[in-house]
Design a protein around this ligand. Sequence first.
Ligand SMILES: [Zn+2]
Length: 219
Amino acid sequence: MNATLLDLIFPNRCLHCNRIIPGTEVVCGNCYSQIHFTHFQFQENNRLKEQCKLLFPVENAFALMHFEKEGLTQKILHQLKYASREKIGKIIASWIIQNIEFGDEKPDLLVTIPLHPKKMKKRGYNQLHLFTETLSKHYGIPFDHEVLQRTHYHKAQANRSRKERLISEKKFTLQKDISNKHILMIDDVFTTGNTMSDAAWEILKNPGNKISVLVMAVD
Ligand SMILES: [Zn+2]
């Protein structure tokens, strides 16, 4: 069956109000206007930057949307992550592009937070990849999805020394020898910031690296 016929039988619908919308959209115009955007400025101080600063040294931080339980942002991110709708990442990237101009603060590299391999296998994709690749293309900043790797956990924690346990509790390991780079760390939702912090400190181990943060939503 070709795409046009499929579109007739199963038209794309607004995930909030169910109205029929173009295939390139995720919500209709009316629901888009109800999305709780942050209106943060990348170069200026904002609540996310303040939160990051408590955890690790940060240059700039940006979140596109506010995350509210049962809210529209959660609905959109849920579709992106759990409903095999990877293309929503491209749509969210287009919203970012309308809101950020890096100017003099342009990062050197886009780095995504990796999924645990088990999750990746189950989901079939990392919800940050298409999003990040879309930003990379628009801004002319290279991306690398393999800078960080999730640490594998071992079961026999009880048999280990305290030092060994501390080492194994590290969430990420740095896979590439990157130094003197301004890295833009990318994730979907910033909640406690623990994940972002672990990733940032791993990158900051190498000399001359700087971190900025970009997330789709902040809790
Ligand atoms: Zn709608």
